[in-house]
Design a protein around this ligand. Structure first.
Ligand code: IPM
Ligand code: MN
Length: 354
């Protein structure tokens, strides 16, 4: 018998519970085939729970999550909760309190998946965004002055620390080295305007590069990079960037890799815990209909297996996802896959190890 891991499970809102259920189904099958153990510990968090009893993320829950080996999250978001509450008090709080300082978002077009980019195929769209996940515009600095009055002022501050930038850049160089591709790391910033923040990123980028002479480097302003992601995505291998820029460019990444049905990400503390999620959100209009695509959650589960060091299981799962797409699904869109949510989970299981 191999190792055993405790997985914190946060199914959350909307379609979250349906896709997490399929992720768990696939993970259970992999445990049997690969001889490791997973014990799932569920946590009731999200908009539904908040509307019931006002509970968000308290320190007791954080302590329990802290003891797990990894967290598997469905989605947090509720149409009846004002925007900002659940994001700040649950999702961002998890990232900050657990110091999940890397947001890792692979952008990979699998064969058989449609991309909106004309004339681009799987060989062209295969890169990874390393998004700083613990500071920048998300740190929440700022405030109002004379709020609600005609002369009111809003200040939103971005916080950038050398420590935060350096650990993120170092992770990106290591990650770049571990990939088989060209081995090129692109820094995405805005040195022509953000003359303090981007300057710090650029200086640290060059300093850390000294330790990785085998990795080629490149720089692009964020606006130009958005254009190049669409025009020539094949030039990218690994992109490293700050929190808000990473948020924005990974939505472009998600759509060029086939959309929210497939896009997954990891919120990672490389020295500690990590949380994996489909990046599509709670999709309330599809909730409870057994028609949402669970592949993004299943891909998040695959990233979690890699993080845990279960590489054989992760690779078997990746192949099974590709087979499911190529052999079984009409499209990746909710309601139009030709199969229900639970059938897609079953199909992935049927392709494992085969
Ligand atoms: C994401 C999301 C979050 C973010 C929101 C929901 C706070 O868009 O994970 O990319 O902005 O980071
Ligand atoms: Mn986002």
């Amino acid at each position: 018998m191999g190792k055993s891991y405790t997985i914190g499970l946060i199914p959350g809102d909307g379609t979250g519970p349906e896709v997490v259920r399929e992720g768990v189904k696939v993970l259970d099958a992999l445990c049997r085939d690969h001889g490791f153990g997973l014990e799932f510990q569920p946590f009731d968090l999200g908009g539904e729970k908040y509307l019931q009893d006002g509970a968000l993320l308290d320190s007791a829950v954080l302590d329990q999550l802290q003891k797990t080996d990894a967290i598997f999250l469905g989605a947090i978001g509720h149409p009846r909760v004002r925007p900002g509450i659940l994001e700040t008090e649950i999702l961002l709080k998890l990232r900050f309190e657990l110091d999940l300082y890397i947001n890792l978002r692979p952008v990979r077009l699998y064969p058989g998946v449609k991309t909106p980019l004309q004339d681009k195929g799987p060989q062209d769209i295969d890169f990874v965004v390393v998004r700083e996940n613990s500071e920048g515009m998300y740190a929440g600095g700022g405030g109002f002055f004379k709020k609600g009055r005609p002369d009111e002022v809003a200040i939103q501050e971005s916080i950038t620390t050398r420590k935060g930038v350096e650990r993120c850049i170092r992770y990106a160089f290591d990650y770049c080295r571990s990939r088989e591709k060209t081995g090129r790391l692109t820094l995405c910033a805005k040195t022509n305007v953000l003359v303090y923040e981007s300057d710090l990123w650029e200086r640290v980028f060059h300093e850390v590069h000294q330790e990785y002479p085998d990795v080629a480097i490149n720089y692009q302003h964020v606006d130009a990079l958005c254009m190049w992601m669409i025009k020539n995505p094949e030039q990218f291998d690994v992109i490293v960037t700050s929190n808000l820029f990473g948020d924005i460019i990974t939505d472009i990444g998600a759509i060029i890799q086939g959309g929210l049905g497939i896009a997954a990400g990891g919120n990672i503390n490389p020295e500690g815990l990590a949380m994996f999620e489909p990046i599509g959100g709670s999709a309330p209009k599809y909730a409870g209909k057994n028609c949402i695509n669970p592949l993004a959650a299943i891909c998040a589960a695959q990233m979690m297996l890699s993080f845990l060091g279960e590489h054989a299981a992760a690779s078997s799962l990746e192949k099974a996802v590709q087979k499911t797409i190529q052999q079984d699904l009409d499209t990746l869109e909710a309601g139009r896959m030709g199969h229900t949510t639970s059938e897609v989970g079953d199909l992935v299981v049927s392709h494992l190890g085969g």
